[in-house]
Design a protein around this ligand. Structure first.
Ligand code: NAD
Ligand code: DAU
Length: 342
């Protein structure tokens, strides 16, 4: 039986990854190490906790002693690091915790891997490490060798972690891989991010705050496709390599928001243009050629199908309840981020 330690497994993507493993790698023991920040609704893992192959450790990846105890006890074969502070706007408001979790936390995990031995350490990274592309150059894409050129404290912390991961490969021979993915969407995403925030607000006929003109472009990928990509990197990817994962699904923010309103039968008059994000990245666009060719990975969920499934989930009885629990816990943030944008 293989033991895989997933950090941040109560969060949006980490939980989807655990679900995928429990469903399709039935002989793997799945450990979820998550400290449960504001971004983790504890009910997200209700189903997984019933599975005998799943163990949850409510621990902080920055806590070296706690991490060493888990490694000592479990001796994981594979570590996949999803745990992070993940919201760009929060990093602009308060960068410190981003440096602590995203950089120091990563180094603690890799030190444990060195100490106890590991088959693979996988770092879940982001396309934001490449910075942005201009809106008037649709011919340009992010490749794995595109220089790192970050904009926000969040993306800078993720790029720093990536460099540290590659340094542990070169210096200590730690068997690492990195995946850099574009914007994810799907069920269980915390409603601070564009798509669930807009669904949540539209469901209550509240104004939908679009930053600036809403022309910034993101490359949207359904979360399960991302998780299948990560699994492919772990099982088939070459050690020391970076793999870009993206959906070839570029849309501007206004398109996304209008699409949500139309799917929900709500009027476009709910859209409210508000002052822009500082340093707002213009366009992200991944070239996923390397993952296609080397790993035979391709996204399977079209945006049309994925967005319908996502909205249906948030409007289901379960999804509504889950969403309300999150919204209740983020009142302070909503006030801080949006009050001075009116
Ligand atoms: P999320 O904010 O939904 O979840 C992060 C999880 O990490 C939470 O459960 C949180 O409790 C946990 N966590 C935070 N600090 C921790 C700590 N110190 N110790 C243990 N656990 C801690 O984030 P997400 O959207 O699921 O993103 C997961 C990873 O994927 C992140 O590394 C992010 O940078 C990366 N990523 C996200 C996207 C996206 O579109 N959401 C795209 C590409 C890459
Ligand atoms: O590209 C991958 C990244 O995608 C991940 O690494 C990050 O963890 C994830 O948060 C996401 O970052 P973005 O900044 O692109 O996502 P966000 O959902 O915050 O914003 C998407 C776009 O929508 C962006 O152009 C800003 C805009 N926006 C966002 C919010 C929250 C609005 O116009 N209004 C809003 O209220």
């Amino acid at each position: 039986m293989k033991t895989i330690l997933v950090t941040g497994g109560t969060g949006f993507i980490g939980n989807c990854f655990c679900k995928l493993l429990l469903a399709e790698r039935k002989d793997w023991k799945v450990l979820n190490v998550d400290v449960c920040t504001y971004a983790a609704n504890p009910h997200t893992i209700d189903e997984e906790l019933k599975n005998p192959n799943y163990v949850f450790y409510k621990k902080d990846i920055r806590d070296r002693k706690a991490m060493e105890e888990i490694f000592e006890k479990e001796h994981p074969d594979v570590v996949v690091n999803f745990a992070a502070e993940s919201h760009v706007d929060r990093s602009i408001s308060d960068p410190t915790i981003f440096l602590e979790t995203n950089i120091i936390g990563t180094s603690v995990l890799m030190d444990c891997c060195r100490k106890y031995g590991i088959e693979r350490y996988h770092q879940v990274s982001t396309d934001e490490v490449y910075g942005d592309l201009p809106l008037d150059r649709p011919d340009l894409f992010f490749h794995e060798d595109t220089p790192l050129h970050t904009s926000s404290p969040y993306s800078t912390s993720k790029a720093s972690a990536d460099l540290l991961v590659l340094a542990y490969y070169r210096t200590y021979g730690l068997p690492v891989t990195i995946s850099r993915c574009s914007n994810n969407y799907g069920p269980y995403q915390f409603p601070e991010k564009l798509i669930p925030l807009m669904i949540s607000k539209a469901s209550k006929d509240e104004k939908l705050p679009v930053y600036g003109e809403g022309l910034n472009v993101r490359d949207w990928l359904y979360v399960e496709d991302h998780c299948r990509g990560i699994l492919a990197v772990i099982e088939k990817g070459r050690v020391g390599e970076v793999y870009n994962l993206g959906g070839h699904n570029e849309r501007n923010n206004l398109y996304i928001v209008k699409r949500i309103l139309s799917e929900m039968g709500k009027p476009e008059s709910l859209i409210s243009h508000v002052p822009d994000r500082h340093g707002h990245d213009q366009r992200y666009a991944i070239d996923p050629h390397k993952a296609n060719v080397e790993l035979n990975w391709d996204p399977v969920t079209t945006f049309e199908v994925g967005i319908k499934k996502t909205i249906e989930w948030y409007l289901s009885d379960y999804g509504k309840h889950w969403l309300e629990e999150c919204v209740a816990s983020e009142q302070e943030w909503l006030k801080k981020n949006y009050e001075n944008r009116k």
